[in-house]
Design a protein around this ligand. Structure first.
Ligand code: FEO
Length: 170
C-alpha cells in the first residue's frame, strides 16, 4: 500500500526539521570551536552527523513507500551562544520540541491506519528518549563545571571522545 498524501507531506516536513536540527548543531559546533572548546565542538559535530542520518532515514523510508521527496529550504539557525551551558540548554529545549514533532507523526500514522509507518516511527520515538536524556545529563555536568576551569577542561576532553556511528534506522 503506498503512503497517504497526508503522511507523505508530514514526513517531508520532518525531513526538513531533521536537516534544521543538523544545521543548528553544526552552528553550535562552530561556536564551540570559536570558544576553544574542541571537545564540545566535536560532540556537536557528531550530533550534526546523527541528524543528517535521521533526515536520510526518513527520506529513504518515504522513497521505499513510493512517496515523493520534496526538499524545502532549511531555516537559518541561531549562530551565537554565550557559553557551552547555553548551547546544551538550547539542545535540551530543541530535543523536547523534536520529540513533540515525532509524537505528532506517530499519532498521525495511527490516525491514518498506517501501521507500517507507525512501526517505523517507533525507532525515532525511542531515539528521542536517548536524545533528551543524553542532552540533559551533559547539561547537568556542564552546569556543575561552569565556574571551574579544571572541571570544564576534563568534561571537554570527555566530549572529545564521542565518535559518529551510523545508526541502523527502522
Ligand atoms: Fe533527530 Fe536530535 O533528533
Amino acid at each position: 500500500m503506498s503512503i497517504s498524501p497526508k503522511m507523505e507531506a508530514a514526513i517531508n516536513k520532518q525531513i526538513n526539521a531533521e536537516f534544521y536540527s543538523a544545521y543548528l548543531y553544526l552552528a553550535m559546533s562552530c561556536q564551540a570551536d570559536a570558544l576553544r572548546l574542541k571537545g564540545v565542538a566535536n560532540w556537536f559535530n557528531v550530533q550534526y552527523q546523527e541528524e543528517v542520518a535521521h533526515a536520510t532515514g526518513f527520506l529513504n523510508y518515504l522513497q521505499d513507500r513510493g512517496g515523493r521527496v520534496v526538499l524545502e529550504a532549511i531555516e537559518a539557525p541561531q549562530t551565537e551562544w554565550p557559553n557551552a551551558v547555553a548551547m546544551f540548554q538550547h539542545t535540551c529545549e530543541h530535543e523536547a520540541h523534536v520529540t513533540s514533532l515525532i509524537n505528532d507523526l506517530a499519532a498521525l500514522a495511527l490516525e491514518e491506519k498506517d501501521f507500517a509507518a507507525s512501526q517505523f516511527l517507533n525507532w525515532y520515538v525511542n531515539e528521542q528518549v536517548e536524545e533528551e536524556s543524553t542532552a540533559d545529563q551533559i547539561l547537568g555536568d556542564m552546569t556543575l563545571a561552569q565556574n571551574d576551569g579544571g572541571a570544564m577542561l576534563t568534561l571537554d576532553r570527555e566530549l572529545a571522545a564521542r565518535t559518529f556511528v551510523a545508526p541502523v534506522i527502522g
